[in-house]
Design a protein around this ligand. Structure first.
Ligand SMILES: [Zn+2]
Length: 353
């Protein structure tokens, strides 16, 4: 091969460079620029094809030609980069101009969210009991059987332990979805010495579903442990809670009952908030409505948390928050709380919307 080869190669290189630089400097947009890059110096581009001729050159010519080709590739790349920067900038400027927001346009109306009646009721109960010195405590919804049943004096064969009543997360690991918020009381007592004055609001789970029962509902429980505590204190707190929550002087009465974790135990009734005790459809003409359970903490429970049963006494109470909300806002079917139909909640008083 003679030097004509090199001359020819250089001529072609110069052509590619001239044409390339010209085209690149006039590329209209990034897509066009990319097409040019592929055509001119991509893997199958003009420059690469030309460089295949290097193989036919002599040992002297080859490095000279290679160097020149690389210089051209560099020049094209540089020009490509510079053009790309300008085109990107132009595209951003164009976007800013065309997508400008007119802040003077009237806003689109978005329906406003509001507090769910259950959370509204829960917040009110918490605020009333906090004012009495109770501290809010929280606990996990997946609990050990020990925290949920054993420590609370449920005998091993108690019916509420069955799978018909309780959702088991794992039989082997003895884990359940808590059936009440009482395990939080156990956790609090294990963590701290008396006096204890706490409430635990939260979700609980039971295998039950009809117009007054849901498999998931909310409960709030209270616990007070100290040296001189009696049922009079308990009744006083419940009386205060009911009057504050319903905004009127409704009487509270305690009816003897049984729970594994309290002794004595009682059902909590309040005077019907609809007829003020005169008798109506809701209270089935009795004038009273059941709202929860309560009692003096059973010494067996104190033993589980290593409290000195000769020195201390305590009371506990619990109620369903849905039930309190249903009574306060006259809601008949508990299931409507969970249907999440925005329109349903629009019927409630002004504070909700
Ligand atoms: Zn009534």
């Amino acid at each position: 091969m003679g030097s004509g080869n090199l001359d020819n190669f250089e001529k072609n290189l110069a052509l590619i460079e001239k044409r390339g630089l010209e085209l690149i400097s006039h590329a209209e947009d990034l897509q066009h620029l990319e097409t040019l890059r592929v055509e001119l110096f991509g893997k199958k581009g003009e420059l690469t094809s030309l460089m295949k001729q290097l193989g036919q050159m002599s040992h002297e010519e080859r490095p000279v030609a290679g160097q020149k080709a690389n210089a051209i590739r560099e020049a094209l790349t540089k020009s490509y980069d510079a053009r790309a920067v300008r085109l990107k900038q132009a595209s951003i400027t164009k976007q800013l101009e065309t997508e400008r927001v007119d802040v003077s346009l009237p806003a689109r109306e978005v329906p406003q969210s509001f507090e769910h009646p259950v959370f509204r009721a829960q917040a009110e109960i918490i605020s009333i009991l906090r004012a009495c010195g109770f501290v809010v405590e929280m606990g996990p919804e997946i609990e050990s059987e020990w925290n949920n049943f054993d420590s609370l004096n449920f005998p091993p064969n108690h019916p509420s332990r069955t799978m018909q009543d309780t959702f088991y997360v794992s039989r082997e690991e003895k884990l359940v979805l808590r059936t009440h918020t009482s395990p939080v009381q156990i956790r609090s007592m294990l963590r701290s010495k008396p006096p204890v004055r706490m409430i635990c609001p939260g979700r609980v789970y039971r295998a039950d579903y009809d117009h007054t029962h849901s498999p998931m509902f909310h409960q709030v429980e209270g616990l007070l442990v100290d040296e001189d505590v009696h049922m009079g204190d308990l009744k006083g707190i419940l009386q205060y809670l009911v009057s504050e929550f319903f905004g009127s002087e409704l009487k509270v009465r305690l009816r003897p009952s049984f729970f594994p974790f309290t002794e004595p135990s009682a059902e909590v009734d309040m005077q019907c908030c609809f007829c003020k005790g005169a008798g109506c459809r809701v209270c089935k003409s009795t004038g009273w409505i059941e709202i929860g359970g309560c009692g003096m903490v059973d010494p067996e429970v104190f033993k589980s948390v290593n409290y000195d049963i000769d020195k201390i006494r305590g009371f506990a109470f619990g109620m369903g928050i849905e039930r309190m909300a249903m009574l306060k806002y006259s809601i008949e079917d508990l299931r409507s709380f969970y249907e999440s139909d925005y329109r349903y909640f629009l019927q409630f008083p002004r504070w909700l919307v």
